[in-house]
Design a protein around this ligand. Structure first.
Ligand code: THU
Length: 133
């Protein structure tokens, strides 16, 4: 699985986002160390707070399937599914990533025209609180 394939999977997941309230469609593709990819999209709700982000959808699907070892996640998003810039994971999703991933877990932020930025979880969530604490 290379980054180009992971980008394609995240873009595909973004198209399936359910976001009638914010209009922001977000997609994620989570790569497990065994090569399996789990897609996630944001799923909104009329009551707002039950909304779940794309990254957490992907993680929870994977964990429910018995996965525990993750290599990378690619994330994209934009208003009405149009990517105009990078769409960084929210703080809650960063914390969920930290539950299952080490500091060197790779996060690819996908921008316009399949450009991407490669970050580590520790760059996104420094001095984190985790199981080790
Ligand atoms: N959203 C995500 O899917 N991932 C994030 O990390 C940030 C926000 C979604 C939630 C909501 O449906 C929409 O983007 C606007 O906040």
């Amino acid at each position: 699985m290379n980054i180009e394939e992971l980008i394609t999977q995240a873009l595909e997941a973004m198209d399936r986002a359910y976001a009638p309230y914010s209009g922001y469609k977000v997609g994620a593709a989570l790569l497990c160390k065994d090569g399996t990819v789990y897609q996630g999209c944001n799923i909104e709700n009329a009551a707002y707070s039950p909304t779940v982000c794309a990254e957490r959808t992907a993680f929870f699907r994977a964990v429910c399937d018995g996965q525990r070892d993750f290599a990378a996640i690619a994330v994209c998003g934009g208003k009405n599914g149009v990517i105009t810039g990078f769409f960084p994971p929210c703080g809650v999703c960063r914390q969920v990533m930290r539950e299952f991933c080490a500091d060197d877990f790779t996060v690819y932020l996908i921008g316009k025209d399949r450009t991407y930025q490669r970050l580590t979880l520790s760059e996104l969530l420094p001095f984190s609180f985790s199981l080790e604490d």
